[in-house]
Design a protein around this ligand. Sequence first.
Ligand code: NAG
Ligand code: NAG
Ligand code: NAG
Ligand code: NAG
Ligand code: NAG
Ligand code: NAG
Length: 500
Amino acid sequence: MELLPLFAAIQRTPRVALTLSFVLFTLTIVPALYSLLANPTLPLLISSSETDGPFPSDHVHLSPLNSPSFRTLSPVNSPIPAPPYHTRHQKSSSGKIPSPNISPIPVPPDHTLSRHQHSSSHQSSSPVNGPIPAPLNSSPVTTSTLRTQIRDDEQRCDLFKGEWIPNEESPYYNNATCWAIQEHQNCMKFGRPDTGFMRWRWKPDGCDLPIFDPNEFLEMVRGKSMGFVGDSISRNQVQSLLCLLSRVEYPEDISSSPDIAFKVWNYTSYNFILHVMWSPYLVKTTKPDPTDAKSNFFSLYLDQYDTKWTSQINQLDYLIISSGHWFYRPLIFYENEKLSGCQYCSLPNTTELPLHYGYTKALRTSLRAILENFTGLAILRSFSPQHFEGGPWNKGGDCARTRPYRRNETIPEVSDLKIHDIQLEEFRAAEEEMEKKMGLRLRLMNTTQAMLLRPDGHPGRYGHLQTEEVSSRNDCIHWCLPGPIDTWNDILLQMMKTEK
Ligand SMILES: *[C@@H]1O[C@H](CO)[C@@H](O)[C@H](O)[C@H]1NC(C)=O
Ligand SMILES: *[C@@H]1O[C@H](CO)[C@@H](O)[C@H](O)[C@H]1NC(C)=O
Ligand SMILES: *[C@@H]1O[C@H](CO)[C@@H](O)[C@H](O)[C@H]1NC(C)=O
Ligand SMILES: *[C@@H]1O[C@H](CO)[C@@H](O)[C@H](O)[C@H]1NC(C)=O
Ligand SMILES: *[C@@H]1O[C@H](CO)[C@@H](O)[C@H](O)[C@H]1NC(C)=O
Ligand SMILES: *[C@@H]1O[C@H](CO)[C@@H](O)[C@H](O)[C@H]1NC(C)=O
């Protein structure tokens, strides 16, 4: 716990009030808020009854996207976007309980220091499952014939306005050909009966979006480096990218520390370096202290950089940053090194700030870090909506649909899209600043609307074994692999090509 003593004291004093409010709370809410999103492993840092926080209620304003099918959303019962993680039961592939920070990206079958990845015929052993198929020839996955270029006259096409259309060719990898699919997103492994959700592609109105071409991507990033900053949905996209690229090459793990939150891979044949940087709050954050039962809240320093990633970015050519879901938890905010307020905290003498206050400031601070020290192509990926229906995440909410919505359909009002709106606003403000900076290009990957149309793409109940005691929890936040999130990488490549 890095809290200064003063802050620690502030946090500890209101013991009684805190306890009371939590007792009330626990009566109505199922434990395990911390086993939320992203983070299969955090929850056990603290006893679960004390980690519960209020649901967003009166101050949740749900705001619609500019889509005709969007009715004005009512400020009701928006579930805390808590992913159905099942911390207590989840084991990593090596059989060990994952570290208490984040769940690991599965280890490549051979993350040894030897350079074996060049050979497409190379067969290697996974730590548990025996041989993993070699990436190329033995793969049953086909190459796309849809791989067309966007024509010059289509270059200005808005990639983010469109419709999902059938694609009989997909998927382009599966759980046998790709080692990087995390357990929770390995929907087929856990018995998902339908496969239709893999068979769609995103069709922007003004052009055809080419399907991701791993060779083209790797040629484009030869000698370059790319970093992803964010939470487990950011990691979800990285895993999709690893899988899409695994048809050509497996990377070598060159991470300098064992910290699974900060992975570095080298695609050695291309000298392409891929960094994954864990920062669900984007700014400096201190965690609840596991030894202090009264410290239940993440503390966010809204005006301070999370130097774990900001200190890395000046060496990168591409940066993809995203965030959102973690900002629905109980949080304490600091500005100017002083406690400035909190959300869902019920601490005496502490201002309860509106739900999106912290997000707005944190995003602004992180965009400032990019404006300050980054000179490549930076992409802000917009909010990834959840699709819990029939209740919130911890009250039986599920996402059992098996096909996308059409955009003229009425979509149930299940997702709070205010974060998307904040992203647009902050992006536009940063964009103006960017004009003054040489080199830096800041772009928006506005995939919120596209993903809103994909209630069928989440693991739902197929993110874990149904025999486990967690079977009542459904993940309607992350995305199955393969699945609609692969489209983010189609779009990423297209954006990179446009910027070239
Ligand atoms: C992002 O997408 C939404 C929905 O399609 C749209 O209303 C908004 O204008 C888009 N913003 C940008 C900057 O493209
Ligand atoms: C892959 O999915 C199939 C079902 O399509 C499942 O039987 C198998 O166990 C999964 N394999 C792995 C390694 O996840
Ligand atoms: C990545 O691999 C290439 C080829 O082996 C090597 O030349 C390069 O130094 C490696 N990069 C890093 C950062 O380790
Ligand atoms: C709250 O502030 C009031 C007035 O400054 C003070 O008397 C009281 O002790 C404070 N309560 C706590 C729990 O810090
Ligand atoms: C930017 O780089 C300078 C020099 O390396 C460093 O002092 C500063 O802290 C960096 N800014 C951020 C936001 O990391
Ligand atoms: C939506 O559009 C499709 C295709 O254009 C059409 O078949 C369908 O009837 C429309 N649905 C609604 C609810 O308007």
